[in-house]
Write a protein that binds this ligand. Structure first.
Ligand SMILES: Nc1ncnc2c1ncn2[C@@H]1O[C@H](COP(=O)(O)OP(=O)(O)OP(=O)(O)O)[C@@H](O)[C@H]1O
Ligand SMILES: [Mg+2]
Length: 265
């Protein structure tokens, strides 16, 4: 049965999509069967992999018009694409009973076909993200190692806690991923130290370095392993994919921290 992981941060531009694609591709390199779900109406994940507009996207499936219809990028690497239509789904579903569980129902039909299902969430905490959280076992929070990285995190933790309590007991934060890290920048080093203090062992050991190839790969419609296999981006995401496998096999059991205060960096 597939392990479902949401990449979540309601802050924009922190590396959710880049991480969903490249953790997914890393897991495929390691022999896993992976399904990526583009749950963002911006469709950045679908566009970054150069997938042409599909007749059935996540929108049609969420609206009950079709089962999931993944696009095959290559063997063991499949993607359910998105489109701008998805932006109206939250409003269209407002009177739908059980609207928080639509994605979970859709996964029931495919969960034996994959080892990992990875969801690229939109930069918001609305109904789409709620669907991602009710259908996931794990959440990975990408954090850009810049000023205000941790701002708003208390809110994310609160939402995850509520979903865990009311809708999905299995849900937990399995990793915080430092992204766009430049060890030459004092600020980046300071922010990582703060994240480490705040999250302890939940912080993944690998930091994703600020790497030009990671920003270029989407323009070539490729994941980092196809675009630049020897780049730091490939090395970092491969290391993260290994950590994801390790954490799935041996989950970190931590008592949730009760402090609600968030450091300022
Ligand atoms: N490690 C990195 N090094 C250099 N550039 C990066 C890195 N990670 C991501 N980027 C670039 O930063 C930008 C934002 O990344 P990305 O789209 O993954 O963020 P996001 O959190 O999905 O954004 P959104 O909230 O809009 O969906 C993109 O242009 C991406 O190519
Ligand atoms: Mg994105």
């Amino acid at each position: 049965m597939a392990t479902v992981i949401s990449l979540l941060n309601h802050k924009g531009g922190v590396g959710k999509t880049t991480s969903a694609i490249n953790i997914g591709a890393g897991l495929v390199e390691l022999g896993k069967r992976v399904l990526l779900i583009d749950l963002d109406p911006q469709a950045n994940l679908s566009l970054s992999l150069g997938i042409p507009r599909q007749p059935v996207t996540i929108y049609e499936s969420i609206m009950g018009e079709s089962d999931l219809s993944p696009f095959v990028v290559r063997e063991n690497f499949h993607v359910v694409t998105s489109s701008l239509d998805l932006s109206s789904a939250e409003m269209e579903l407002v009177n739908e009973a059980g609207r928080e569980f639509i994605l979970r129902e859709l996964f029931a039909g495919v969960e034996d076909d994959y080892d990992f299902i990875i969801i690229d969430c939109p930069p918001s905490l609305g109904l789409l993200t709620l669907n991602a959280l009710t259908s996931s076992q794990q959440v990975i929070i990408p954090l850009q190692t810049e000023f205000l990285a941790l701002q708003g995190l208390a809110k994310i933790k609160q939402v995850i806690q509520k979903v865990k309590l009311r809708l999905n007991k299995e849900l937990h934060i399995s990793g915080v991923l430092a992204t766009m890290y430049d060890s030459r920048k004092v600020l980046n080093r300071d922010v990582v130290e703060t994240i480490k203090k705040y999250f302890g062992p939940i912080l993944l050991k690998t930091y994703i370095r600020d790497t030009v190839a990671l920003a270029e790969a989407p323009a070539s419609r490729q994941d980092i392993f196809s675009y630049s296999p020897s780049s730091n981006g490939s090395k970092d995401y491969m290391a993260v994919a290994k950590e994801v496998i390790e954490r799935t096999a041996n989950p970190i059991h931590l008592r949730e921290r009760s402090d609600k205060t968030t450091p300022k960096t």
